[in-house]
Design a protein around this ligand. Structure first.
Ligand code: IPT
Length: 976
């Protein structure tokens, strides 16, 4: 099996960074998927302990495409962020090096006689060795790009051949594939066998400009050595023929640029009234390129869907078709909770459809070239793509960036990505990779791209060694990660900015996060020089795992999850859950969607921030609507007005959207007469798709812009002295519907941001999770009890006062807490109480319906909302503070028979109603460990700390912190 005399083994290519491939065909953009023989399915499989270990043991089977780490082997997934999973320095790999041997027979079609036969392995990580019938064929590295091998000399049409793919998990290449994700091994994309005429299209390069100019460059090869003149090329664009560029042919002939075995041809046309491609208007044309033999018969054909568009940087603006566009981006990994990095077309389509529905218009393919179908979908659905090469040398970044042994690998990886993807209109920027310091190897790769594709900018975050304005050659964009907003603003206003500032990563979505996203966008949209960024990241990479045996559920786990939650007996595994000793825990769960693609609440925030039509202001008994798109009118949208009255219900009526071009505004009269009476009133424009969009059926909500028409009026209370207030000897309220009296709460179950930002440790030091409560005084008057208590924390005492007054219809609770200076910046100041079981429905007037927090509250409109208590909670993978609703004015908590309690707040407050105490949440490591309580745990906060993004990046702004000093809040409690 692994024969030590086999040259592919004897050369030990897994420890030779200079060897990027052997026997591999050049990368190209000719799509060979149609007409190919798929070799996907079960292959014979055995896992060896090392590439040079003697073959032994029996065969099992493994599904291709797929990772063996998710298919029942003992080599399980391992998650590390920066650090390598083994100690060896580059380019070495560990002696224990799982090596998968895949074998299968292939019946080579008899009709392929005389044809050139090519094997395409879609992706293998990290070193691929190919044998046919035991004979060595080739080697490839670069885990996220296909490798092609010419098998013409190795197989006979009409006969059966044995194909062997040996995949070595750890190698010199692992050191430059040190991305923040699970480590797997396997053949993770499809394997194909196809045949072409020996005379074939070796590559096709399309340049389609937004003025309609089209230029198609073809490279032609004949493996039998045909002469120029033995062939010609034609092309048609949706039925319209292109013309041969004879000037190009003449120049080539004069300069003797083209040899006998390689031909070149250029075709051109100009499309009148071209429909240009943008992310908003993803207009595609069908291009067919044909290679003809001298007698006119067709030797080869290549189909492309192309888009006419230009990308350029003018000053510090990135322009698409001459327009400065905002980049509302997200970082996306190829990920699936059952199959790891193997993703299907349908899954990728679902990813992109969801992103479109939530207002995203850009994707960074973090941190490697994604599955080829992703780019077809981005072209079709409309996304701006930053295509990123598979280079991240994080742990040994500094050494590798200038290590000449890795020079070839850097250039190879960037070049092969560009060669594969260059014809996609969606790709607007090439990225040289991620987190690999900055060295000569980057400049070499950048130099190659600039010559090969002058039509797109290049970016690399690490290049800004001497600041964002530095004219280094590796980045045309200032693309920092997690830069504080004030630094971005300062740069944009400094007068020295030379490049567009588009953060390659920002707003880290780990757990309950993405605080201040709306503040970022308010700044981006009003500051020349700021153009957006890419949220980190799309996926929570939780792998579905069986709890009993700790195994990944794998392909059989389909259907074992719903609404972000794994089925009983299962959980979403993160780092450490596969018994890895070296791992980085829940840092792998940092996406805007759950592992089953259920959107997290931040998605609704983003949808609103990206709203294409907005209520820009309220003026003269009307509202001003604005079209905030770059290219589209409003005709694809329809609207409905909703008037939410605090003291009434919700009125609805049709809305006529004005005919506005991008950037235009128009005043429209108020659609409703405001009913008399003093209550708060909100006007919402419910915007939906007017017809079917490729990514959304007619009637899909696009945004819900809102304006307040009338403000809150103060609530008057009439005390009643003849009803006693029941308070026990500890000063705790006794109430028939409460199982735990309202007490002071200063703590929340730490979010990932709280933990990694250091706040949680401070709060634990202060003992905020369970401070001792000491009653200071209880003063009883008719219909009124005043209680003072001290909460003893490390470093300070918090005085808490509660005055309970019987009022008409219920009980008024007036509270005060005085937070000493030493305890500034706690999680919350508010009341917490628990209710009797059976109150399962929450109805509220306030922001909703989805979860919102003080610094993530731009996307939750004020209105009348209602949800079962069990649906209020957001099941973040590592349990933490969750389920909050911002701006709540009043709520009822009721049983099916309409009994229950009603609470009215003195002003809009942060409220949460869940089945979990904060301490329950903090004690659990996974969602499946939580045992819901029968009653409700209710928090009413005078003030609640913002969420920020401190797990990787800036904390929330000072204005969202809980300051020291006196906090007052009051509420009434009424029995229904
Ligand atoms: C940055 C990485 O590029 C990304 O892969 C991910 O790890 C992210 O952070 C955090 O989740 S690098 C980090 C060291 C700033």
């Amino acid at each position: 099996m692994t024969d030590a005399l086999d040259p592919l083994i004897a050369l030990r290519p897994w420890e030779a960074p200079e060897v990027t491939s052997w026997g591999r065909l050049p990368m190209n953009a000719v799509d060979r998927r149609s007409g190919a023989l798929t070799l996907d399915g079960d292959w014979r499989f055995r896992l060896l302990p090392a590439p040079d270990a003697p073959a032994g043991g029996s065969w099992s089977s493994s599904y291709v495409p797929g990772a063996w780490t998710l298919q029942g082997t003992d080599d399980l997934p391992q998650y590390t962020n920066v650090r390598m999973p083994f100690a060896e320095f580059p380019p070495a790999s560990p002696a224990a090096n799982p090596t998968g041997v895949y074998e299968r027979e292939v019946d080579v079609p008899a009709e392929w006689t005389g044809r050139r036969i090519v094997l395409q392995v879609g992706a293998a990580e990290s070193v691929l060795l190919v044998h046919v019938d035991g004979r060595p064929v080739g080697i490839s590295k670069d885990s996220h790009l296909a490798a092609e091998f010419d098998l013409t000399a190795h197989v006979r049409p009409g006969e059966r051949a044995t194909l062997r793919l040996t995949v070595v998990k750890w190698s010199d290449a692992s050191h430059i594939e040190d991305q923040d994700q699970w480590w797997h091994g396997g053949v993770t994309r499809s394997v194909l066998l196809y045949a072409t005429d020996p005379l074939h299209l070796a590559d096709v390069t399309v340049r389609a400009r937004h003025d309609g100019g089209l230029c198609v460059d073809c490279r032609v090869r004949d493996t039998r050595g045909a002469l120029p003149g033995d062939w010609y090329v034609s092309a048609e664009l949706d039925g319209h023929l292109l013309t041969q560029d004879e000037e190009f042919d003449r120049a080539n002939a004069q300069e003797e640029r083209v040899s006998d075995f390689l031909g070149e041809a250029r075709l051109r046309t100009t499309v009148p009234d071209v429909r240009t491609w943008t992310a908003e208007t993803p207009e595609l044309y069908g291009l067919t390129v044909r290679l003809h033999r001298a007698d006119g018969t067709v030797a080869d054909t290549s189909h492309h869907r192309i888009g006419f568009r230009d990308v350029e940087i003018v000053g510090r603006d990135l322009l698409v078709n001459g327009e400065r566009v905002f980049i509302r981006g997200v970082n996306r990994h190829d990920f699936h909770p059952l199959t790891g990095r193997t993703v299907s077309y349908d899954d990728m389509r679902a990813d992109l459809v969801l992103l479109k529905r939530f207002g995203f218009n850009a994707i960074r393919t973090a941190h490697y070239p994604n599955d080829p179908a992703l780019y077809d979908l981005a072209d079709e659905l409309g996304f701006y793509v930053v295509d990123e090469a598979d280079i991240e040398s994080h742990d040994h970044a500094h050494e590798i960036a200038d290590d000449p042994r890795y020079l070839g690998a850097f250039v190879d990886r960037v070049a092969r990505m560009v060669l594969r993807d260059k014809n996609h209109p969606s790709i607007i920027i090439w990225s040289l990779g991620n987190e690999s310091d900055y060295g000569a190897n980057h400049d070499a790769a950048a130099g190659w791209v600039r010559r090969h594709d002058p039509t797109r900018p290049v970016q690399y975050e690490g290049a800004a060694k001497r600041g964002w304005a530095d004219p280094d050659m590796a980045s045309d964009i200032a693309c920092p990660m997690y830069a504080p907003l004030e630094e971005c603003l300062a740069h944009a206003m400094s007068g020295i900015q030379t490049k567009p500032l588009i953060q390659c990563e920002y707003s880290h979505a780990m757990g309950n996060s993405n605080g201040t996203l709306a503040d970022h966008w308010a700044a981006i949209e009003t500051t020349p020089g700021l153009q957006g960024g890419f949220i980190w990241e799309f996926w929570d990479h939780g792998i579905l795992q069986r709890v009993n045996d700790g195994r990944p559920a794998g392909r059989g786990g389909a259907g074992l999850y719903d609404n972000g939650v794994a089925a009983p007996g299962h959980r979403w595994a993160y780092g450490g859950d596969f018994a890895e000793t070296v791992h980085d825990g829940a840092f792998i769960a940092d996406g805007v969607v759950f592992p089953d693609r259920t959107p997290k609440p931040v998605m609704f925030e983003h949808r609103e921030i990206a709203a294409p039509v907005r209520i820009d202001c309220f003026r003269h008994e009307g509202v001003v609507l604005g079209n905030h798109q770059h290219f589209r009118g409003l005709d694809w949208l329809s609207g409905e007005w909703e008037l939410s009255l605090a003291d009434g219900g919700t009125l609805t009526g049709p809305a006529e959207l004005p005919d506005l071009r991008p950037g235009e505004t128009a005043a429209v009269p108020l659609p409703f007469e405001l009913p008399e009476g003093g209550g708060e009133a909100w006007l919402t424009l419910r915007v939906t798709t007017a017809g079917d969009e490729p990514w959304a059926p007619r009637g899909t909500v696009v945004c819900l812009p809102q304006v307040r028409l009338r403000t809150v009026s103060p609530v008057e209370h009439t005390p009643v002295t003849n009803r006693p207030v029941d308070v026990d000897e500890d000063g705790l309220l006794v109430h028939p519907l409460l199982t735990a009296a309202p007490t002071l709460s200063l703590w929340r179950a730490p979010t990932d941001n709280d933990e990694l930002g250091g706040m949680a440790a401070r709060w634990r030091r202060w003992g905020l999770q369970a401070p001792a409560r000491k009653v200071v005084s209880v003063r009883r008057d008719p219909g009124r009890v005043a209680v003072a208590a001290d909460y003893l924390c490390q470093g300070g005492t918090v005085r808490h006062e509660q005055v309970f007054t019987a009022v008409e219809g219920g009980l008024l609770v007036e509270e005060m807490a005085e937070l000493p200076e030493a305890l500034a910046d706690v999680a919350r100041v508010g009341s917490v109480f628990e209710t009797a079981a059976g109150l399962n429905l929450l109805e509220w007037f306030g922001q909703g319906p989805w979860e919102s927090y003080p610094d993530r509250a731009a996307g939750a409109p004020v209105g009348h909302h209602s949800l079962p208590v069990d649906e209020l909670f957001t099941p973040y993978l590592r349990p933490q503070e969750s389920g909050g609703r911002h701006g709540v004015r009043r709520f009822t908590l009721s049983a099916p028979d309409a009994t229950g309690l009603a609470v009215r707040l003195d002003r809009p407050r942060q409220v949460s109603v869940t089945r979990h105490r904060a301490t329950d949440l903090a004690a659990a490591a996974h969602h499946d460990e939580l045992v819901p309580r029968a009653g409700c745990v209710v928090h009413i906060d005078a003030v609640h700390r913002g969420l920020g993004t401190a797990s990787c990046g800036p904390d929330t702004f000072a204005s969202y912190l809980v300051p020291a000093g006196v906090h007052r809040w009051s509420w009434t409690l009424r029995v229904l």
